[in-house]
Every structure is written in structure tokens, then in C-alpha cells.
Design a binder for this molecule. Structure first.
Ligand SMILES: *Cc1c(COP(=O)(O)O)cnc(C)c1O
Length: 399
């Protein structure tokens, strides 16, 4: 998962270029910047790597989601389908544009179940937001077909799945728009940063303006820019983009190492017959940031986690069922609509109904699944030692 594990001279060189000019803003200052345009260069590199026409960088994955939703025209009264298992940011961005998050069960891919998604569609549904969780794909083929058939928008939250693909096509490039995060713990990092990618020129232009106060960037200088709509400041800085530029040049190296390390760990874990694995729709496209293991029961899972923690081998393991950040069960603040800015009455009414809904399928899967992060810096011998210890713990909990 983490690009910060391979951080060094390349990043320093790119950041130094920016420091040498002192121009930290991505727009303007043509005379002083000595033709250093790290954000623009990174946008070109991202668009190229993901085979999309347009990329608009922002300050984070969260602001990229908000920018994308606003640019897609999602807002007051619109329902947006989102899976029960994601990072809180997906839901925050939907609420921040005035729309209503509608939660949808996951399946054993640990991503949005397309059948459940179809059942959740109403006349108010404007957009589906599948989340390509933990480095691998949602059922994007079925979800895209559903969105097309129902004439609703598709926005891919690919924050955790940079450079992953489905049948050779990069995740994030299927929908009306796709979003990635480059925060500190993502596959590649800018420190903080995010991007919206799209093939639609109109959506791109809106993202471009929205993320910088609605500036059209057509003026002779910033003061002469026109504002055709209300925007925000979600800009990335040149310093952050510089880090990202060094990181994206290494993304295929990251993938190669992750896939190799994943395979070794997976082969060991496969020797346990009672263990299931998260369903992967296209294993060739898995970015292999995590290995998702599904245990037979909740009790066994909790025992395994407990014992691995005791024996100091749980580092990089995530039992998201009992974590406050990624699963609906613990999101009391959403269910109680505790917001510092006033939510609209439609949002509040919908949030307060979550508690009465039945998410037993998600609950069961989440309770039994543990994700193990795949490190870029593991040595082969290390993985073997680690895997053998893990197998021993799991075996003792199964017996
Ligand atoms: C990280 C993440 C985000 C938000 O990205 P930030 O850059 O941290 O704001 C959104 N969705 C998912 C699924 C994420 O993992």
C-alpha cells in the first residue's frame, strides 16, 4: 500500500526544483517560476498512466470527491449510493454537497453488491459511488451497466486503488469520473493530495474551476480571471505535486513488488483449507496492496486478531469491523447526524433511518474479514517467517 516506504532522492530532487524558484502556487507567476510546473506535469503523467483525457489535482482525496460530485451536478435532494465499507471521506463529501448518502450492502468482494445497489435505486438516485477498496476492484462491469441502464451517474472512489485495473482498463476510468487519494498512506503519496480523472471535457472544466474558487484561468493574471460559478479552494501546492511526480514514476515498481510479495503470502495462506479469500473479479488487475482473508466465524476472527497482536505479528493487519474509520457500524456521528454545519432536513431524515436498516450481510462479512497490508520493503525470507507464524496462530484458533 504505502508509497512512503520507498521515498528518497527522487522526491527530494523534485521538491528542490520548486524550492529553488520559491513559487509554491500551481497557477500564475510565469516570469518567476522558470518553467517549473509540477502540478501540471503530474496531471499529464496521471492522465497518461490511467489512459484518460483529463486529470485535475486537488488538495486531498476528500476534496477530489467533493469536487467531482459538485462538477457532476450532485446536490440537494439527490441520493447517492455508497457501500457500507469505505472510508468516512466518501460519505463526508456526499453530505458536504447537500446530497443524501444511501448505504448499500457489500458482498464477498468486500465492495458494493450490484444487486443490492439496484434494489436501493429510487427516483431520487443521481449517482452510484462504488469504492475500489483495499487495492482491488468493485464489480465495475455490472455497476457500470446498472448506471447506464438506469441513466444515473457513476463516480468511482478509487482512492485506495491507484494503478489497479479491470480487464486491462485502469480503475477510475470507467465512470463519468474517478477519484484517487495521494495521502500519506496511499499507494503513491504527495503527503496530501488527490485527483479527479475523467474523459468528459465539461466535467473536467468544472473540476478545474471548482477546485480554485471558480477561476476560469483565462485571465492575463489571476485578478483578471472570470468566475462562472461558485468554487472552493481545494488546490494542491507545487511542493506536494513535486513529491507525487517522483512517486508516479515509481508506481509500476511499487506494483511489481506488491504483486510479488502478495503472491508469496497468499500461497502460504492458501494452505489453510478453512480460510477463504476476498473475491477478486480480475486477479491480474489487483494492485495487491492488501490480502483480504475471510475466517469461518466472528469468534475465530477475533481470536486470531487477539493472538496475532499478542505475538506481535498483527502489524499491518486491519479488522475493519472493529475500527472506527471504515465501516458503517461504528459511525454514530453519521447515524445521529452530528454535524457542525447544518445538514438539510432530507439528509437528517435519511441518516436517522440508518439504524433501522438491515445490514446483516455486511456485518457478517466485515466481522469475519481481516486485511493484511502488503509491504514494499519485505524481504522474501521475512515473508516466509511471517507467514509461518500467521499460519500457526490461525491453526491454533481453528482447532
Ligand atoms: C483515503 C480515502 C479517501 C480520502 O482521501 P484523503 O486524501 O485522505 O482525503 C476517500 N475514500 C477512500 C476509500 C479512501 O481510502
Amino acid at each position: 500500500m504505502p508509497g512512503y516506504e520507498m521515498f528518497g532522492d527522487e522526491e527530494k530532487k523534485e521538491v528542490q526544483d520548486v524550492l529553488d524558484t520559491g513559487i509554491l502556487l500551481r497557477y500564475g507567476f510565469e516570469a518567476q517560476r522558470k518553467n517549473i510546473w509540477k502540478s501540471k506535469q503530474l496531471e499529464v503523467a496521471i492522465a497518461e498512466r490511467l489512459s484518460v483525457r483529463y486529470a485535475q489535482l486537488t488538495s486531498s482525496g476528500t476534496t477530489a470527491l467533493t469536487t467531482a460530485l459538485a462538477s457532476l451536478g450532485v446536490g440537494y435532494g439527490d441520493e447517492v449510493l455508497v457501500p457500507t465499507f469505505t472510508f468516512v471521506a466518501t460519505v463526508e463529501s456526499i453530505l458536504s454537497v447537500g446530497a443524501i448518502p444511501v448505504f448499500v450492502d457489500i458482498d464477498d468482494s468486500m465492495t458494493m453488491n450490484p444487486v443490492a445497489a439496484e434494489q436501493a435505486i429510487t427516483a431520487q438516485t443521481k449517482c452510484i459511488v462504488p469504492v475500489h477498496m483495499c487495492g482491488a476492484m468493485a464489480d465495475i462491469e455490472k455497476l457500470l451497466a446498472l448506471a447506464t441502464r438506469k441513466k444515473i451517474l457513476l463516480l468511482e472512489d478509487a482512492c485506495q486503488s491507484m494503478a489497479a485495473s479491470y480487464k486491462g482498463k485502469p480503475l477510475g476510468s470507467f465512470g463519468d469520473a474517478g477519484v484517487f487519494s495521494f495521502d500519506f498512506v496511499k499507494t503513491m503519496t504527495c503527503g496530501e493530495g488527490g485527483v479527479v480523472v475523467t474523459n468528459n471535457e465539461d466535467i473536467y472544466k468544472k473540476c478545474h474551476g471548482y477546485s480554485d474558487h471558480g477561476h476560469d484561468h483565462l485571465g492575463v493574471d489571476r485578478g483578471a480571471d472570470q468566475h462562472h460559478f461558485i468554487g472552493n479552494n481545494f488546490r494542491i501546492s507545487e511542493l506536494h505535486a513535486a513529491v507525487g511526480l517522483a512517486q508516479i514514476r515509481k508506481i509500476d515498481t511499487f506494483l511489481l513488488i506488491q504483486r510479488k510479495n502478495y503472491e508469496i503470502l497468499y500461497n502460504y495462506m492458501q494452505t489453510i483449507p478453512q480460510l477463504q479469500f476476498r473475491k477478486i473479479y480480475d486477479s491480474a488487475g489487483n494492485s495487491c496492496t492488501f490480502l483480504g482473508c475471510i475466517f469461518p466465524t466472528k469468534t475465530i476472527t477475533e481470536k486470531v486478531v487477539e493472538k496475532m497482536k499478542l505475538e506481535n505479528i498483527f502489524a499491518g493487519g486491519f479488522h475493519y469491523y472493529n475500527n472506527n474509520w471504515h465501516y458503517l457500524k461504528k459511525w454514530e456521528h453519521f447515524k445521529k447526524a452530528h454535524s457542525l454545519y447544518p445538514l438539510n432536513t432530507l439528509q437528517v431524515a435519511s441518516l436517522q433511518k440508518i439504524e433501522n436498516r438491515n445490514f446483516s450481510i455486511s456485518d457478517d462479512l466485515m466481522a469475519r474479514t481481516v486485511f493484511f497490508a502488503i509491504s514494499l520493503v519485505w524481504k522474501e525470507e521475512e515473508i516466509a517467517i511471517r507467514a509461518k507464524k500467521m499460519i500457526a496462530v490461525i491453526a491454533s484458533c481453528l482447532s
